[in-house]
Design a protein around this ligand. Structure first.
Ligand code: LAC
Length: 296
């Protein structure tokens, strides 16, 4: 997924990119390959692959995708203990070499890994962001567009909560050309698309067998990176450390965030119905259980 992030970002010329991995030669090979595509793509992003964190020094943004991925039948939560250890190692090195960066966490289980990175980095909460809502919303948007036979460009969607089985797609705030989908589709159709969104990651894992999705997740990361580097003040659903917003304290949960040069510059508290709020609380409770296991 890290290499695919690099691919999307270089193709948009978002900046210079360093790919880092622990497998000897792999990041160097991928980095050089991507660099050699730049003349054709007419992009001046410099791409470097390395196993040495020194080469990443003073990065503006660091995207952490490190960790094992799911196999068919596994939930994201099954990755907790292994990825916690990997995250401990990676975060300490990143913080040493890029003390002023914005961290974007992609490793699963997403919200618990974002909380781990936040606690271990000592960064202020605006500088640690979990990627999940943009991906989950993109899946929901793709399914809505296919169902209605309309352009994906017409479709906006909001998915809040943790990046897991309890995620909270919000049909009321999901629209086609500004029209809520609740006006355009039967309830049962919406429920089917919501369920497919919740199972979106597992659907891909089932096909791939040896790993999880990477094109859509890394496109989601790229949208977040672009919003931060260009100080766009873009409203995107991201996992953020909440300190009372939505009645949730001391926990990473997916909520609408304003992304700009300082990272998360604001958390929007949109009005939720009692049912939606209950679903968000339930999702937060499942994140709470995971972070308790690793003690962050
Ligand atoms: C997914 C993984 C990346 O949802 O969590 O595909």
């Amino acid at each position: 997924m890290g290499a695919t992030c690099g691919h999307w970002m270089a193709s948009k010329e978002l900046g210079d990119i360093v790919l880092i991995d622990v497998i000897p030669g792999l990041p160097q090979g991928k980095g050089l390959d991507l660099l050699e595509a730049m003349p054709i793509e007419k992009r001046d992003s410099f791409v470097l692959g390395t196993e040495d964190y020194k080469d990443t020094a003073n990065s503006d943004i660091v995207v952490i995708t490190a960790g094992i991925a799911r196999k068919p039948g596994m939930s994201r939560d099954d990755l907790l203990n292994t990825n916690y250890k990997i995250m401990q190692d990676v975060v300490s090195k990143v913080v040493t070499h890029s003390p002023n960066c914005v961290l974007i966490i992609v490793s699963n289980p997403l919200d618990a890994m974002a909380q781990t990175a936040y606690k271990l980095s000592g960064f202020s909460r605006n500088r640690v962001i979990g990627m999940a809502g943009v991906l989950d919303s993109a899946r929901f948007r793709a399914f809505i567009a296919m169902e209605l036979g309309v352009s994906v460009e017409n479709v906006t969607a909001f998915v809040l909560g943790g990046h897991g089985d309890t995620m909270v797609p919000l049909p009321r705030y999901s629209t086609v050309a500004g029209v809520p989908i609740t006006e355009l589709m039967e309830k049962s159709t919406i429920e089917r698309l919501v369920q497919r969104t919740r199972d979106g990651g597992a659907e891909i894992v089932k096909y791939l067998k040896t790993g999880s999705a990477y094109y859509a997740p890394s496109a989601a990361v790229t949208e977040m990176v672009e919003a931060i580097l260009k100080d766009k003040k873009k409203i995107l659903p991201c996992a953020a450390y909440l300190e009372g917003e939505y009645g949730i304290h001391g926990l990473f949960v997916g909520v609408p965030c304003k992304l700009g040069s300082r990272g998360i510059e604001d958390v929007w508290e949109i009005h939720l119905t009692d049912e939606e709020m209950a679903a968000l609380k339930k999702s937060a409770d499942s994140v709470k259980e995971l972070v308790a296991v690793v003690g962050v």
